[in-house]
Design a binder for this molecule. Structure first.
Ligand code: SAM
Ligand code: SF4
Length: 319
């Protein structure tokens, strides 16, 4: 192991224990989800992305300072040619929870290798269970391949969750299908409220559907039993009578900013306090003392209330 688990506890000026890191590996993606990706995205020059060695160095420092949960994201993190190397590098560090968020396409081939690493949690984005709806929302015809990855990940023993962004009139009629899927395959499905961010801002009013509305619909079909969650959880969860596990990430109607425990490292190495805040500090080439100083500066910028909207696309920040 590179170093022992940190004994440091990072606490921000509002008393929040900051211990989670979202690590954006790149902004590029092979999907074009309507709520996330601009029509004609211009991706960062590869030379601007953090190099594998720098990702390791910065993450090692942040873990040493008290980060104990890491989730890789992007863009589509699995598109980095050195994705497995990065995972292997980070697996040598000592922290408690390691996962990534993916659209699942082309993941199958990596899964057996990933099983040998520290990765334990995989969150798949899956916005529709039918081919037509899936293509409409993601621009990809490959629903089957994504499903194969999900089933294989489950079979290999990863902790799998599905994330579906619900859009009124687009996929909200599939809520019950998702619940049947959850019960049948014993996989938690989390419904994400559409957020006013990047691409989604213009069409937000047309497509937004609140978690409350979805819960009301579900309650017509089943009793919902509340499931206990950690204090800094972004989701609130229920179990249905058929065994389905459902979570809601209600960033718009029930923001969780007051209890937020996360920082973000963007693909080009900027440490950011919040998904909705474009300020941040570049950690590139900084020594450990400087990183620690910037860490505290970043924590001091963390908002306690929800910021209304942000123009920067989700894939660039690292959603
Ligand atoms: N490509 C990976 C994926 O789709 O899982 C990781 C990056 S993606 C930006 C991370 C998450 O952000 C996905 O679950 C996606 O659905 C969510 N997301 C993107 N734009 C969103 C928006 N406007 N509102 C709500 N969730 C959004
Ligand atoms: Fe790509 Fe994920 Fe954005 Fe969809 S949500 S376009 S899969 S980065």
């Amino acid at each position: 192991m590179e170093r022992g688990r940190s004994l440091r506890k990072l606490v921000d000026p509002h008393g929040r224990h900051i211990h989670k890191l979202r690590l954006g590996l790149l902004d590029a993606c092979n999907f074009r989800c309507v709520y996330c990706m601009p029509q004609n995205p211009k991706f960062m020059e590869k030379s601007k992305l953090l190099k594998r060695e720098e990702i390791f160095r910065l993450t090692r420092a942040l873990v040493g300072f008290g980060i104990d949960e890491i989730r890789l994201t992007g863009g589509e993190p699995t598109l980095r040619h050195d994705f497995l190397d990065i995972v292997n590098d980070l697996s040598t560090l000592e922290f408690s929870k390691f996962g990534f968020t993916t659209n699942g396409l082309h993941l199958e081939k990596h899964l057996p290798e990933l099983r040998k690493t520290k990765i334990n949690n995989i969150n798949f984005s899956l916005d529709s269970l039918n081919k037509f709806g899936f293509q409409k929302m993601t621009g990809s015809p490959h629903l089957e391949k994504v499903l194969e990855s999900i089933f294989m990940a489950k079979e290999l023993g990863f902790k799998v969750k599905l994330n579906a962004v619900l859009m009124k009139g687009v996929n909200d009629r599939e809520v019950n299908d998702f619940m049947d899927f959850s019960a049948r395959y014993d996989i938690e499905v989390r419904f994400l409220e559409l957020m006013r961010i990047g691409e989604a801002r213009e069409s937000f009013d047309k497509y937004f559907i609140s978690a409350g509305e979805v819960i009301n619909r579900l309650e017509k079909e089943s009793v919902l039993k509340q499931v206990k969650r950690p204090i800094d959880s972004t989701s609130f969860n229920y179990e249905l009578e058929n065994g389905a596990q459902v979570g809601f990430i209600a960033s718009e109607s029930r923001p969780f900013c007051g209890g937020c425990s996360r920082l973000r490292l963007s693909p080009e190495g900027s440490l950011r306090p919040c998904l909705m805040k474009s300020e941040g500090f570049s950690l590139v080439d900084k020594c450990e003392d400087e990183i620690l100083e910037l860490l505290y500066k970043t924590m001091a910028l963390k908002p306690t209330d929800r910021i209304y909207d942000v123009s920067e696309p989700m894939n660039q920040i690292g959603g």
